[in-house]
Design a protein around this ligand. Structure first.
Ligand code: ZN
Length: 174
């Protein structure tokens, strides 16, 4: 396993649409292992492959509160096949948009079809935090970020802030 660098906004790769995985082989499993390790180290509760610069439809998640008892989930080619009309609101953040948070409404429940770590077809009925998190990650696979649900003004403020942070960081390195 290897730690990968997480891509940060305004990195344009975050806007790329990821492509489906043809076969869950050892290469994809290695990618999932690396993603999980990178997510735990960040730390975060979800990570899409595009966030480490790989435009493949792969997501890892772990919502367990107890760090001793890990409960990883692996999703290859996840697809929402049903979502509830009822919405729920969570304050969301993103490893690619550091230190920025906003309340976002999303369907409270959803059903997700995906291939697991071994390439087996699965269907999961998600609700609450799990539902919000998998929707946030599937958005990443389509180049969508949580700030896209905000007003233009709020969204531009966040992008400006992050662009400035990036410049300052570069200044220090130089
Ligand atoms: Zn994110």
């Amino acid at each position: 396993m290897a730690l990968k660098e997480i891509k940060i906004l305004p990195d344009k790769i975050l806007r790329e649409k990821s492509v489906p995985v043809e076969k869950v082989n050892n290469e994809i499993r290695k990618l999932m292992d690396d993603m999980l390790q990178t997510m735990y180290a960040a730390p975060g509760i979800g990570l899409a492959a595009i966030q480490i610069g790989i435009p493949k439809r792969v997501v890892v998640m772990d919502l367990s509160k107890d760090k001793e008892k890990k409960d990883p989930f692996y999703f290859v080619n996840p697809e929402i096949v049903w979502k509830s009309e009822n919405l729920v609101s969570y304050e969301e953040g993103c490893l690619s948009i550091p230190n920025q948070f906003a309340e976002i409404d999303r369907p409270e429940k959803c059903h997700v079809k995906f291939l697991d770590y071994f390439g087996k077809q699965q269907l999961i009925k998600a609700d609450g935090l799990f539902s919000t998190c998998i929707q946030h990650e599937i958005d990443h696979l389509n180049g969508i970020l949580f700030i896209d649900y905000l007003s233009k003004l709020k969204k531009n403020m966040i992008i400006k802030k992050l662009s400035k942070q990036k410049k300052e960081l570069e200044r220090i390195i130089v």
